[in-house]
Design a protein around this ligand. Structure first.
Ligand SMILES: [Zn+2]
Length: 208
């Protein structure tokens, strides 16, 4: 991201009057400027918006952390609104399929009263596993956006490229690495704290 959302909004305010002025004087220059403006702004806008939704997914991950679950969060967005939220909760929910993505997809599907989520985008803090990649395909979301890579069990790029399997008759777009640093830190700080707690417990038991 080369510009934040508020910065982008102020840029638009400056650029549009300049474009109007050029339009009155030179038609070719106006066309070139217009092309540059729309492509750059659309790209920047998309990147900034991805950051905004990933922040929301991180808030969901925080809820998982509070329950001592691996902190992964997800949101489903449709027409600029969140219609599904979810966080990882298999242990506390006694539910092996309660991954953040599945929870968010279920809530979104209930919201639109349809098992297909076309025109929806899923944002998740960690690269999805095989089960979630399957759920993503079945839901027909348009695009999946994720933060950190999951080298051990990630099923979009790390261990397999499930979304690209030739027998899948539906293609989901994918955007990796959005707020990657924040999303990775969310996971690594959780496991760091867990290791330290285990160490402290071992030490305490030795002293007894
Ligand atoms: Zn999963």
């Amino acid at each position: 991201m080369w510009v934040s959302l508020p910065e982008l909004q102020s840029l638009i305010k400056v650029f549009y009057p300049i474009r109007a002025f050029i339009g009155q004087s030179d038609e070719r220059l106006y066309t070139c400027f217009n092309f540059f403006l729309s492509s750059e702004i659309l790209l920047a806008e998309k990147e900034s918006i991805d950051d905004v939704w990933m922040q929301e997914a991180l808030k969901e991950a925080e809820k998982a952390r509070e329950l001592d679950e691996v902190p992964v969060g997800a949101v489903v967005v449709r027409e600029g609104k969140i219609i599904g939220r979810g966080f990882n909760q298999p242990i506390s929910g006694c539910n092996p399929v309660a991954h953040a993505e599945v929870m968010a997809l279920q809530e979104a599907a209930a919201h639109v009263e349809n098992y297909r989520l076309v025109d929806c985008e899923l944002y998740v803090t960690l690269e999805p596993c095989t089960m979630c990649a399957g759920a993503i395909i079945h839901s027909r979301v348009k695009r999946v956006v994720f933060g950190a890579l999951e080298p051990k069990a990630g099923a979009l790029v790390s261990q397999s490229r499930t979304l690209e399997l030739p027998y899948m008759n539906y293609r989901v777009e994918m955007t990796p690495g959005v707020l990657e640093e924040e999303c990775s830190e969310m996971i690594s700080s959780f496991f760091r704290a867990r290791r330290e707690a285990k160490k402290a417990e071992k030490k305490r038991l030795k002293l007894c």
